[in-house]
Design a protein around this ligand. Structure first.
Ligand SMILES: Nc1nc2c(ncn2[C@@H]2O[C@H](COP(=O)(O)OP(=O)(O)OP(=O)(O)O)[C@@H](O)[C@H]2O)c(=O)[nH]1
Length: 424
């Protein structure tokens, strides 16, 4: 069949026909124009019309109109989380998260997503009731929690290995937020992937931050799992999608298919296991194969800090949201002396500098530095997003009026011509 795909129209029919459940294009053989009676008799009805019309269907392989098809939703791939187009069917539990944006873009951050169930080894065969429920509906995201509001730039842990050491957000970013010129940032979800050896504590790290829980029993992650976390940065809603990937070799090939489109990569190693630190370079190389090294933010995170320090400090970090101290019922066994820990950290800082990553040391058991770390990830990712948005808009300001059919060579004219007061 030649010609571009086009909707099938039956000539002379008052209504376009909707084809249900066919996949074979109709093969048209002949038409009135070519059909000449064998005896050569004139055909008055055709002559009267002037030009004999083809009897059939104009057509070629055409777009199929699907009514009530059991096919899965079409996933449009993008560096952002996949967008599900035109289906209200439940998302498969293993499919990437699929936000569909609110009709009214002025409702900042009110994008609707269907959140995925957590998939650990013990859950794989029987997803929880809640997970099944989640998969069957499109959830409206909860409002940003009070303790996820960032008004200042969280500081780095070590100046020697930091992405930057500025005291606050860049003035351009602060200004853009004040003037509501952050474009699509408020509607986007930034993908963050967490990679590292098996059992280094990736899942525990995410769970400590997102759910304020800690499981001392090891359950391997199969493939991938993810959590959504919503923030408000400088008054702008901002969402992180935290992808927990499997560290086990046999699940690595599944997990690596989800590396793509990350804005930040968190490489976790165990502060008490030198081999896991050595392997971080390989994890980084694998993750960068699927991402643009120049635009992705890197974090090197040493986990299980509680096994390395001598005296646990009971403070805010040790207290759960319910106000119960985490450390109360835990027996802390120290695998490293403070001297060993210092040596390990020195090596880790060197690795972080080599890979141009920001270094953090955390404990999911005690909660030490976990919140600070994720706040820093959110803040830096947000900053990069706003800067990219400003760059994209260039000299044009978001919200400016474009004068059409103007003789003026400068097409982008501000409606109010008001000069910003806060921008440098
Ligand atoms: N003491 C201590 N134990 C931890 C900490 N974080 C994780 N663990 C323990 O380490 C084990 C592995 O933790 P996970 O979070 O499941 O490890 P993972 O990196 O997700 O492992 P994979 O899913 O196989 O890649 C579990 O038994 C946890 O309880 C921590 O901060 N301190």
């Amino acid at each position: 069949m030649v010609g571009p795909p086009q909707p099938r129209v039956v000539v002379g029919s008052p209504r376009p026909r909707v084809i249900v459940g066919t996949i074979r294009p109709r093969v048209i053989v002949g038409s009135a124009r070519t059909r000449v009676p064998p005896d050569g008799t004139p055909r008055p009805h055709l002559e009267a019309e002037g030009s004999p019309r083809p009897r059939v269907v104009l057509g070629t392989p055409r777009a199929r109109v699907i009514v009530g098809s059991p096919r899965p939703p079409v996933i449009v791939s993008s560096p952002w989380p996949a967008v599900v187009v035109g289906s209200r069917r439940p998302r498969a539990p293993w499919a990437p998260v699929a936000p569909s944006y609110s009709q009214d873009p002025s409702v900042a951050g009110d994008c609707r997503v269907s959140t995925g169930p957590g998939r650990r080894a013990h859950q794989a065969s029987a997803p929880s009731q809640g997970a099944r429920k989640d998969a069957g509906k499109m959830n409206i995201l909860a409002p940003v929690r009070r303790d996820r509001v960032l008004t200042k730039l969280p500081q780095c842990l070590r100046k020697e290995a930091a992405l930057h050491v500025h005291k606050d957000f860049q003035p351009r970013v602060t200004c853009a937020c004040q003037e509501h010129r952050t474009g699509t940032v408020g509607f986007k979800i930034s993908k963050v992937i967490v990679v590292g050896d098996l059992s280094v504590g990736k899942t525990c790290l995410i769970n400590r931050f997102c759910k304020d829980t800690f499981d001392k029993n090891y359950k391997a992650t199969i493939g991938v799992d993810f959590e959504m976390e919503r923030f408000e940065v400088l008054g702008v809603p901002f969402s992180l999608q935290l992808w927990d990937t499997a560290g086990q070799e046999r699940f690595k090939c599944i997990a690596s298919t989800y590396y793509r489109g990350a804005q930040a990569i968190i490489i976790v190693f165990n502060l008490n296991d030198v081999a896991s630190l050595e392997h971080t370079k390989q994890w980084l190389a694998d993750a960068l194969k699927e991402n643009d090294p120049s635009s992705v933010l890197l974090f090197l995170v040493g986990s299980k800090k509680d096994l390395s320090v001598s005296v646990p400090v009971v403070g805010e970090d040790f207290t759960s949201r319910q106000g119960k101290p985490h450390a109360q019922h835990l027996t802390l066994t120290f695998l490293q002396t403070p001297a060993q820990y210092i040596l390990m950290e020195k090596d880790a800082l060197k690795v972080a500098q080599e890979m141009k990553a920001e270094y953090w040391a955390v404990s999911s058991l005690t909660g030490e530095n976990v919140r600070e770390f994720f706040f820093r990830v959110a803040a830096l990712t947000f900053e990069v997003n706003v800067l990219a948005e400003l760059e994209k808009s260039g000299s044009r300001r978001i919200g400016d009026v474009v004068r059409i059919n103007s003789d003026d060579s400068n097409l982008y004219l501000t409606a109010s011509k008001k000069k910003p007061t806060c921008c440098p």
